[in-house]
Structures are given as C-alpha cells and as structure tokens.
Design a protein around this ligand. Structure first.
Ligand SMILES: [Zn+2]
Length: 139
C-alpha cells in the first residue's frame, strides 16, 4: 500500500506568460517504508494542461546510502479526453536533469525497459488520484 506525504507547494513566475508555476515535492511510503520521492511542476494558464515530473526510486530510508542506490524516471502527464496519459521523457528534457541526489536519470528507452517501471506507473496512478494539487490542476 502506498502513502504520500505532502509538502507545501512552492510557486514561481513563468517567463512566457507571468502565470504561476507550481512545484510539488512528495515523499512516498510503501508499507511505511520510504519508497520514492517525486517532484512535479505545472503552470497555470497554459493552453494545454501538462504536468512535468520525476520519480526517484531506490534506497530512501537511510542516510548511509547515497544517490548511487537510486534511479530517477522523468515523465509528463497530460489528459487525452477523460484519460490520463503518462509519457516517459529523456533525461536532457527534464528540468531536474542537473539534480544528482535523485540518482542517475534514465532516458525514456532505458526507463521503459527497467524492472522498476511498474512502480513508476503505480506512483503516477496515485499522483492523479491522491495528490490534491494535481487533481485540482487537471479538473
Ligand atoms: Zn507561461
């Protein structure tokens, strides 16, 4: 069972339209063990609603292990009619491509072939159901 811990969203201003860019930080627990961290961001007022995110899986429970024990999966979420679409993206297309503590960032092809990919989609399923900010953004 997954449980998400929610931080307060932070906001900045979009260079293209002066609307608010919202950034989310979330901690995911599986059976009360630290399981993943995800970041997500979206901009209010853009014509297409699109969330950009990254999920870091691996060892999060202990200070003794570093980023080499984790891998990061960058993705986007958008709506197609009533359905959520989740697409993996390449590392260089992620706004977090310079962040190292999430673990090595996988490109799309490698991510889709990785044994952890089902955990990624399990978490994105919860994001669009349980994450109040994300649910509101897409509603
Ligand atoms: Zn903008």
């Amino acid at each position: 069972m997954l449980r998400i811990e929610f931080e307060e969203p932070t906001e900045s201003v979009c260079n293209c339209c002066q609307n608010a860019i919202v950034r989310l930080t979330r901690f995911v627990y599986k059976d009360d063990d630290a399981f993943a961290v995800y970041y997500a961001q979206y901009t209010h007022g853009h014509s297409e609603k699109r969330l950009i995110g990254i999920i870091s899986l691996g060892e999060w429970g202990s200070d003794e292990v570093g980023a080499e024990a984790r891998l990061a999966f960058p993705f986007q979420i958008w709506m197609n009619g009533d359905n959520f679409q989740v697409g993996l993206v390449d590392a260089r297309d992620s706004p977090w491509s310079h962040v190292t503590f999430l673990g090595r960032i996988l490109d799309r092809t490698e991510a889709l072939a990785h044994e952890w990919i089902n955990d990624v989609f399990h978490i994105t399923d919860h994001m669009v159901e349980d994450d109040k900010e994300i649910v509101e953004y897409f509603s």
